[in-house]
Ligand binder design. Sequence first.
Ligand code: NAD
Ligand SMILES: O=C(O)C1=N[C@H](C(=O)O)CCC1
Length: 249
Amino acid sequence: MTRVAVNGVTGQMGGAVIEAAIDSEVVVGFATSDTDAVDGVPVVHPAEAAAALREYDVDVVVDFAVPEGALTVAEACVEVGVPMVVGTTGFDEDGMGRLKDASEEVPLLKATNFSQGIQVLQRLISEAVETLKDYDLELMETHHNRKVDAPSGTASSILDVIQEERDVEPVYGREGHAPREDDEIGVFARRAGDIRGEHELVLAGNDEVLSLSHRAEDRGVFAAGALDAAAWLVGRDAGWYEFGDVVDA
Ligand SMILES: NC(=O)c1ccc[n+]([C@@H]2O[C@H](COP(=O)([O-])OP(=O)(O)OC[C@H]3O[C@@H](n4cnc5c(N)ncnc54)[C@H](O)[C@@H]3O)[C@@H](O)[C@H]2O)c1
Ligand SMILES: O=C(O)C1=N[C@H](C(=O)O)CCC1
């Protein structure tokens, strides 16, 4: 059974990972909270992560925290030689560089969205944008009212997919006199209730509208995907991996 450490263990996703762990065992968690344990899982401060990885004989780390915390634990993974699955979003360019550096020493798999549906949505979007070359594109994401980063990491990844096919300039919201330029893509982030995650791309032109969308109905979909990725990652060579590698396996 894969022995997993969860970074961000006292959070919404940390709880979902513990709940979803059936073929894996969550043996320890990292968080800055004062909590000693959550659902029977011991909680350790991230500054002590390296020692905990050794003490609990961890096979792989699953991370759903904050960028600063993910980077702290990534350093511990490099020190001890433990693979890491990174689910945290909102990294800046420097943070992404530090993750890439870590992947030179350990297997590191990063995904902004661990649902299989978003993997398929991204592939559909790539084909649609390539085919409907002159259609206007607008992107919207909706998440719960506790989400602290915007737009979502998933929306940023969708933008990356689009920009592989077309040179578009993201416009994050519009107000006042704001005529639409041909190369724009409007990006809108809504925050409300406990919405788990909705993403929609609209392609409009030629007297028709195509809408491609995905809705996550439970955080368990992300937790299950991350645990599948974690089991897949153990034993691989050091390097940078993505969730598409797991979905296609
Ligand atoms: N990739 C995906 O599929 C996916 C899915 C859901 C959420 N997420 C991302 O996961 C992250 C967490 O989401 P959430 O809803 O669980 O948030 P949350 O706020 O509920 O939980 C965050 C957790 O991180 C902990 N934390 C804070 N500072 C820390 C530090 N320095 N070191 C270690 N832990 C620290 C908090 O104590 C808490 O346990 C966000 O970035 C979110 O975008 C990714
Ligand atoms: O709940 C969140 O926060 C989510 N974050 C990821 C993102 O930023 O894309 C994935 C969807 C849920």
